[in-house]
Design a protein around this ligand. Structure first.
Ligand SMILES: [Cu+2]
Length: 233
């Protein structure tokens, strides 16, 4: 009985430490400038004709002379995150409510095996698909994931449900690269989804591309890098 209690206590303390680090890290972070989707015309959807907005994001394996790193709150953070992957040009995203939204991702990073194959499939898009380099698919191989773009609800939220998860295919390690080290033919992923009423959500990458705790530390919990906000307005 005593041993069971000690074990339980150890688990509770462990969970509290991990949760505490995550909360501490996200609360103290400044928000990068907001990137808003641009409305251009309308789209016919299963929910009728809706305004259509578009957004483009790139994912880089590291900064370079061509692509500067995201801003960091301190020099310590800048050193710590140097050479880590990030979304660009911003992780603070805004999309219009009750609209069809298309996001195009240009993915320049390599990748590998994702721990949870659920995140190798597409979830929450208009017809359950995405296009990868023009080809329509419902998922990719769990062994070929570079990053994911996964939007979550705040747990205590009373706002509309919203969940979107898009796996971004990796580039092969031997892909031909330019002088800055980025693949000449990066992966192009496109998804279209429908938004509901306004709400504020968070997103992050579910591929273990960071460092420290199970590769879920560093950029993985840093806004501006592999995590951010997703506002439906
Ligand atoms: Cu990632």
């Amino acid at each position: 009985m005593k041993r069971a209690l000690v074990t339980l206590l150890a688990v509770v303390v462990g969970v509290a430490i991990v949760a505490g680090i995550a909360v501490f890290n996200s609360v103290r972070q400044a928000e990068p400038p907001t990137l808003a989707a641009e409305v251009s015309g309308t789209m016919d959807t299963p929910q009728g004709t809706l305004p259509h907005a578009t957004l483009e994001l790139a994912v880089y394996p590291n900064s370079s002379a061509k692509v500067p790193p995201p801003k960091t709150p301190s020099q310590f953070a800048a050193n710590w995150l140097s050479g880590q992957p990030f979304y660009h040009p911003s992780t603070s995203l805004q999309v219009p409510a009750n609209s069809a939204v298309t996001i195009t991702f240009i993915q320049y990073d390599s990748g590998g095996q994702i721990y949870n194959p659920y995140f190798a499939d597409v979830h929450g898009t208009m017809d359950g698909t995405m296009t990868v380099n023009g080809e329509s698919v419902t998922g990719i191989k769990p062994s070929e994931v570079g990053h994911t773009f996964t939007v979550h609800q705040y747990p205590e939220s009373t706002q509309p449900d919203f969940f979107l998860s898009v796996p971004l295919k990796m580039n092969k390690a031997n892909a031909k690269t330019d002088k800055d080290g980025y693949p000449v033919n990066p992966q192009k992923i496109e998804v279209t989804f429908i938004t509901g009423d306004p709400g504020t959500y968070v997103w992050n990458c579910e591929f273990p591309c960071g460092d420290m705790y199970q590769e879920f530390g560093g950029p993985m919990q840093t806004r501006g890098w592999m995590a951010g906000t997703f506002e439906v307005v």
